[in-house]
Design a protein around this ligand. Sequence first.
Ligand code: ADP
Ligand code: MG
Length: 231
Amino acid sequence: MTRLRWPFSRLILRHSLRQMNTEMSKRGALIVFEGCDRCGKTTQCKKLVEVLENEKEDVQFLRFPDRTTVIGKMINAYLNGSSELDDHVIHLLFSANRWEAAKNMKKLLQGGTTLIVDRYAYSGVAFTAAKAGFEVDWCKQPDVGLPKPDLVIYLTLNQQEAARRGGFGTERYEQAEFQKKVAENFETIREKDWKVIDADKSIEDLHAEIKSLVKKTMNDVHWEEIRTLWT
Ligand SMILES: Nc1ncnc2c1ncn2[C@@H]1O[C@H](COP(=O)(O)OP(=O)(O)O)[C@@H](O)[C@H]1O
Ligand SMILES: [Mg+2]
């Protein structure tokens, strides 16, 4: 066997160590917040990100729909009523809006960033399936294969408290009857491992409860593969 001269062997060693290092680096967790309107998803996501950042954790906030992309702008126009779209088309656009983020999400997760996500594919299904003529199973199909959340925090809130937190906005879907159907659909698609939390408590108490669940998940998934949704 020919022995490699030291500069080469050192290079190879350095290369394989670097390779091992990237392959073995801890990944971040995919944390998703779901729940009805005004239950406090955005409030909790932002607070969580702020607190974790202060603790020097590697975290990033994402929200769906992401209204900044070309597809997101079409969704935005639909939601604020300035454009009309076929119900199938808007469903697929919401899904496409997640798919256009998926590659970067995976990259961030693999690189160790924990993602705190305000709404995801479950909202996509719950909303479209609340429309006449749409089955849950059809609604799920476009999102099959997206990165699967490591933790879904599902916030629930009674009608009275939701009403006290402010009236409905002016966007499409912001009507009591429609929201009731959305809530029923969340119950249908909810999976066993979702953390269901009654959001009728102070922002601080809710945050404390959520933070401990999130920290645990962040630790648990370090060496786990990213799973895929609905496969
Ligand atoms: N735990 C809470 N108690 C009382 N009011 C809250 C609480 N969390 C959020 N809010 C208020 O309720 C409203 C809806 O909160 P938001 O986070 O936007 O809900 P979502 O994103 O789920 O629609 C906001 O005005 C917010 O300040
Ligand atoms: Mg919100």
